[in-house]
Design a protein around this ligand. Sequence first.
Ligand SMILES: [Zn+2]
Length: 191
Amino acid sequence: MRAGFPEFRLGSVLATSFTATLTERRGDAVERIPTPQRLVDWLAVNGLAVESCTTAQLELARELRESIHAAATAAALQEALPAAAVQIINDRSIQGRAAAVLTPEGDRRWQLSSASRVEDALSVIAADAISIIAGERDGRLALCASPTCQAAFFDTSQSRTRKWCDMNTCGNRQKKARFNANRRKKPASGQ
Ligand SMILES: [Zn+2]
């Protein structure tokens, strides 16, 4: 990790890990990909390594990120999807050239058309977002219960009752607050 930059929040779902590069959207927002190099770092951690990134490509990435956030939030609330966001997700999906390849070990890897093509990496993220917003995958889109967060996340728990985007941050903070409030009552239920 590079010193001086906020750490990444990585989950098991690519699209919502990507939207989590901006956290606390309803509070003091934290930008976790503040520079093109940090987007390069994030993509590498997520199996989408590129050699470099321009400021324009970072802008493209952030535009996609906020579009996924808007569309996933609408989907979680069962509202109509915002047309502008859908357009950007589709544009990014269409304009990338990435191929799924199978390794000898039986894992799926992404192969980009060129190591300088951030657009290829964004197309993989856009396609991942499409699959969860379209309801193709086993899980449920939900919004984080933390009032300063409200991030859209993909709940794959068996009971589909996950409340927080991330147990180690939002979940812990809320649990502590509730624990303090309920100290003399019965223990807090839920997660
Ligand atoms: Zn959260």
